[in-house]
Design a protein around this ligand. Sequence first.
Ligand SMILES: [Zn+2]
Length: 258
Amino acid sequence: MSRQTNDSELRWFLRRNFAVILFLVMAGTGLYFLFQNFAGAEQRPFTVQTGGESAESLDGLAPQIGEQGYVEVGNVGQKFVQSPGPLKVAIVVGHRASDSGAVCDDGLTEVMINESIAQQVQVDLESQGIPVSLLSEFDTRLQGFSSDMVVSLHSDSCAVLDPGFTGYKTTVNNSPQSPQLQACMEQNYAQQTGLPIHPTTITDDMIHYHAFNKISAGSPAILLEMGFMYNDRELLTTNSAAAARGVANGIICYLQSQ
Ligand SMILES: [Zn+2]
């Protein structure tokens, strides 16, 4: 068969089936139009993956994906690595799994107080839908730990001191969010416990707290000395619910400010 025959056969075929071909072209165009304009939100991450979207439209997409429970995050790879993950509040129970901390003459130990209050904070926050992890003092998970916040609970000396040794104090790491966490914690803890701040007994160990150097630099962290075990004993033991409420409210205050 010559080329000429082929061409004329093709022309003949096109002429004879013109109506069918026109219909197929129009139907295809119509379907393409519908797909482009009415594709569901779950199609959009694929558009992003091609790199054709600006940073602004990426911001616009993040909440839509969040609303779908991150179902499609796996399809957009590294683009959403900074999307907020699940809420993570970690409380370090001061001295747990390490030593007893300060000890009173009658055997009351700091770690008992810290643990009791940490557990009350956990129950309180989890009843409000905020999951809390309790960590030990030198917990291996602290290395590179990344979370919404780390709160370390300690109590001060049980030595017999004059009545002026009463109150709480805090130190924080140098995350940009830490001043806000500190303000929330101090305000709420003072409000719930009625304790004054006692800044003159902040030690170097508090300022250079070991966990501050272990956790991820972007995670805010606070060390709270909840009171003196001798002069503030009642608050830290029989009235510990008030101390726990102060810590929990400080955490909620910070989360709501973000
Ligand atoms: Zn301690």
